[in-house]
Design a protein around this ligand. Structure first.
Ligand code: UD1
Length: 432
């Protein structure tokens, strides 16, 4: 069996230009929502990542035709859907597969979908999604690992989310677009990809207002039409390159970004000492001779994104003094700290709080990516660690970063993917 690893040798400061791909989380909401639209849509700027391939596979399995037009451009034809039952392994590997529930319910009045998987970040309940579907009049039942929803006619209603949930906001928007009357989602998520999904559906004829604020109003429409739509750039990928540039004391121009989406990340990086220059759709991030300690708390957008937390903790290990990072979204998002410790990090974790004693040097070692963003953090750590760092379980990283090793190589990093037989032990050279 093949076992792919990323091998990184201690790198020089990153230098050059890198272009950011389309947003993973937008693509994973927009592609299944084409099921609701019912007509052919052409989606552009789709990132070439394994989560998108998996989503396309899931859609194909229920009868959606997927046509790759050119790199980044996918035509999705949902006219001949053969089943409202999605019960196969692929669903269980991906969180966003639960958007099929909203899409199938909205179009056919019923759906039967296996419980979703995704990164292990602690408990990932779906109670707010169900609350929304029920408010629209659907009967919901979870049994035998399946979510069953059914409704003769969805009717708009007021849905107050008990906590800000991206997934529930997206799912309720999708389900309510063709409901009778108006749905009002209160305490809605404001993430850029919620706005992107609403813009996509509006371009198909939906009437969604207020996306990007915490009250979203969906006036039901009876018909949607196909469209061509371009996905926004991925702000987490951009943020990851911002931190990689700064943490390696580099100077990188990051292209194809929406700078407004990166304000919380930029603000924190400037507090730590980064020099950041904005220009239309580019950002230049460079080291300015200092790494100041700082405290960070993750929050729903526009707060500091939880999906940038592992990369930020990794950066803070470079900053002399004590920094504190509070995880405000997920219950269990510091598991990767044990891997950073193997490289030399001094971090203690107590529940939602990580205390980082920064300033000591990292030495390469063999580590495991425990989830997508934790994997990105280990790559950043490997870039500034001395010697060789080998990262296992890189399928997590490939779920969400398009060509990450190629992009970093083009910035001067010594990084590559190696294939080796499964039973070979992870081997690395210290101080090479
Ligand atoms: C999405 C993102 C993920 C990001 C997260 C938070 C996608 C595909 N994934 O995940 O990368 O880390 O937003 O920005 O877009 N919750 C409940 N009940 C629910 C739903 C959520 O209690 O029904 C809780 C969760 O346990 C968590 C919090 O709400 O503590 C936020 O979850 P949510 O925003 O729904 O995250 P996802 O949509 O799964």
């Amino acid at each position: 069996m093949s076992n792919r690893r990323i091998v990184i040798k201690s790198s020089k400061p990153l230098f050059g230009e890198v272009a950011v791909a389309g947003a993973k989380n937008s693509a994973l909401a927009i592609l299944p929502s084409v099921v609701l639209v019912g007509e052919v849509c052409r989606i552009e700027n789709v990132p070439d990542i394994s989560d998108v391939s998996l989503m396309c596979k899931i859609l194909s399995k229920i009868g959606v035709k997927i046509n790759m037009i050119s790199p980044g451009c996918i035509e999705v034809d949902p006219r001949c859907i053969s089943s409202v039952c999605a019960d196969f392994d692929e669903i269980r590997y991906m969180r966003a597969s639960y958007y099929l529930i909203g899409a199938l319910l909205g179009r056919f009045g019923k759906a039967r979908v296996s419980m979703p998987g995704g990164c292990d970040l602690g408990l990932r309940p779906m109670d707010q999604h169900i609350k929304g579907f029920e408010a629209l009049g659907a009967k919901c039942e979870i049994s035998g690992g399946m979510t069953n929803v059914v409704s003769d006619r969805l009717v708009g209603n007021r849905v107050y989310l008990d906590m800000v949930s991206v997934g529930a906001t997206v799912n309720i928007i999708i389900a309510s677009v063709k409901a009778k009357g108006t749905t009002v989602i209160e305490n809605a998520a404001k993430e850029p990809h919620v706005v992107d999904l609403a813009n996509f559906l509006n371009s198909c004829g939906a009437d969604i207002r207020g996306a990007g604020t915490d009250v979203i109003r969906v006036n039901g429409v009876s018909k949607l039409r196909g469209t061509t739509y371009q996905i926004i750039p991925d702000q987490i990928e951009a943020g990851t390159y911002m931190i990689a540039s700064f943490a390696t004391k580099g100077n990188v121009l990051i292209k194809n970004v929406i700078t407004r989406h990166l304000e919380s990340v930029s603000a924190k990086l400037m507090e730590i000492g980064a020099n950041i220059e904005y220009k239309e759709d580019t950002l230049r991030v460079s080291y300015d001779g200092k790494f100041n300690r700082c405290n960070v708390k993750t929050m729903p957008y526009p707060g500091f994104p939880t999906d940038m937390q592992p990369q930020m903790v990794t950066l803070l290990t470079r900053c002399k003094g004590t920094s504190m990072v509070t995880e405000g979204v997920w219950d269990s998002r510091f598991r990767y700290v044990s891997e950073l410790r193997r490289l030399g990090a001094q971090i203690s974790v107590d529940g939602h709080l990580a205390v980082i004693e920064g300033g000591n040097d990292f030495i390469g070692n063999c580590v495991k990516a425990l989830d997508l963003r934790a994997g990105a953090a280990l790559i950043i750590a490997g870039l500034f660690a001395s010697g060789v760092t080998t990262i296992e379980n890189i399928h997590h990283i490939e779920r969400g970063y398009e060509n990450i090793t190629e992009k970093l190589s083009s910035l001067g990093a010594d990084i590559r993917v190696v294939e080796s037989s499964n039973n070979r032990k992870c081997y690395h050279v210290l101080g090479a």
